[in-house]
Design a protein. Structure first.
Length: 149
């Protein structure tokens, strides 16, 4: 009888353990809602940082493109003894591989600045002396309008 009663006790204890496991095996609705809320908060923070990163990178590209365009205008003017009349003049003369796209407007719609400035005594004509972005948007970091850069 000892062997039989030990077997039945073993089975009863195993059933109790099995029931205890199955009732605590899942998550409650409130636990799931808390986890989902935390995930949404983290996603919101990441999206905000992503937007700022994109804006900073576009500003960096704009600054670089403006520097390259201005150097090309000066080099063209000094080499040809005449200022370019358009950005296409810089492209056709080989000073630019292609006219870059304004990262703020996503188009090659730069605003050229024309003036009667002469860079050398041998310069025969005046023309474009500077270029600006066509965007009227404001930088979220320093508050300046992109077209004033």
């Amino acid at each position: 009888m000892n062997g039989l009663s030990g077997t039945s006790r073993g089975r009863a204890g195993g059933v109790r353990r099995l029931r205890a496991r199955s009732s605590s095996g899942g998550f409650t609705l409130i636990e799931l809602m808390i986890v989902i809320t935390i995930i949404f908060i983290l996603l919101g923070l990441a999206a905000g940082r992503y937007d700022k990163t994109i804006a900073r990178s576009r500003e960096a590209v704009l600054k670089h493109d403006l520097q390259v365009l201005r150097e090309s205008i000066d080099n063209y003017t000094l080499d040809k003894q005449a200022a370019p009349q358009s950005l296409e003049d810089l492209h056709s003369a080989g000073y630019l591989r292609e006219v870059p796209v304004d990262p703020m407007t996503q188009a090659a719609d730069w605003d050229p600045v024309f003036d009667n400035v002469v860079l050398s005594p041998d310069q025969v004509t005046t023309g474009m002396v500077d270029v600006h972005s066509h965007s009227s948007r404001t930088s979220p970091f320093d508050g300046t309008v992109y077209s004033s850069w």
